[in-house]
Design a protein around this ligand. Structure first.
Ligand code: P6P
Length: 296
């Protein structure tokens, strides 16, 4: 079944369905850039990180499509310093976008992706208020995984650029994969104890350097991804709005959980679009373990 038809059969809000279809239609253009726009641009993002030419290209494609569609009132992207307001938009929706998470991996041919959070209004709100979330993963296959609060569903892109249903009502299984971000030498004591506990239970390390690809693997095989607070960086590295809450919403809808080590990340109110946060995301068992270790 095609994505458009599936959205209809699930009775998805028409405006939300149009927005999800809009994002699905950008995948072909974004992928087309992978061959041409390699390497780094001569600019840095608001985090001081060198922007890859592809980050900027994906960002421009998505912002232009959203502005032209007038489907959203607010656009926040990881590549833009400020939130963009779309005048005379037809919906009050806000979107948060990591246009190309893991983009530095393209020149070594590893999987990268676009991460999107969808809010009923402005984006500086609790993750728990999200209307939905999706990611497009550019790997051996190009897949789109989304939720609008009624299950998590995965689609694969065909030669014609259309997405067809691959798996409905995806749920995270029990599994022993762990994706440990940050440097071991910089682990804080409670995090070190957590990681050593998983390793003692035989968890296998799978870490690619692309959050969206690593979380996709854990969504399908179980386990946990962490990019923790570490020595000198109590907020860790990853972004709350662009990485933590959208994928946290999806994994939670699939029966998993997401935390900053203390509380559910979807209960954390952002202060600014650039907020960083420690992230633990995956199976409920693993997330309960880190929260209990951190409390003790
Ligand atoms: P490190 C990519 O830059 C990213 O934001 C995430 O996709 C990924 O999990 C993390 O950073 C990798 O960080 O420090 O291992 O390079």
């Amino acid at each position: 079944m095609k994505l458009e038809d599936f959205l209809k059969t699930k009775g998805t809000n028409e405006n939300l369905a149009q927005l999800i279809m809009l994002f699905s239609k950008q995948a072909t253009d974004i992928k087309a850039g992978f061959l041409s726009a390699q390497g780094a641009a001569d600019t840095k993002n608001v985090y001081g990180e060198t922007q890859m030419a592809l980050d900027k290209r994906a960002d421009e494609i998505l912002i232009a499509a959203l502005k032209e569609s007038k489907l959203v009132s607010w656009i926040a992207t990881e590549e833009q310093p400020d939130i963009i307001e779309v005048k005379d938009a037809v919906n009050p929706f806000g979107v948060t976008i990591d246009p190309l998470d893991g983009s530095s991996l393209i020149d070594v041919n590893l999987s990268v992706g676009t991460i999107v959070g969808i809010y009923p209004g402005h984006v500086l709100e609790l993750g728990n208020t999200m209307l939905g979330a999706l990611y497009i993963l550019y790997g051996p296959l190009t897949t789109l995984t989304y939720t609008t609060g009624s299950g998590v569903h995965e689609f694969v892109m065909g030669e014609d650029g259309n997405f067809t249903l691959m798996q409905e009502n995806l749920t995270i299984p029990e599994g022993k994969i762990y994706a440990p971000g940050a440097l071991r030498k910089d682990y804080l004591p409670y995090h070190k104890q957590f990681i050593e506990q998983l390793e003692s239970e035989g968890y296998k390390l799978r870490f690619s350097g692309s959050f969206v690809a690593d979380v996709h693997q854990i969504l399908h095989k179980g386990g946990m991804f962490s990019y923790p607070a570490f020595e000198g960086k109590e907020n860790g590295k990853l972004r709350l709005l662009f990485e933590g809450t959208p994928l946290g919403k999806l994994v939670t809808e699939a029966g998993g959980a997401v935390s900053n080590g203390n509380i559910n990340l979807l209960d954390v109110k952002p202060v600014a679009v650039s907020d960083r946060t420690p992230i633990y995301i995956g199976g409920r068992k693993e997330i309960a373990l880190i929260e209990s270790i951190k409390r003790s």
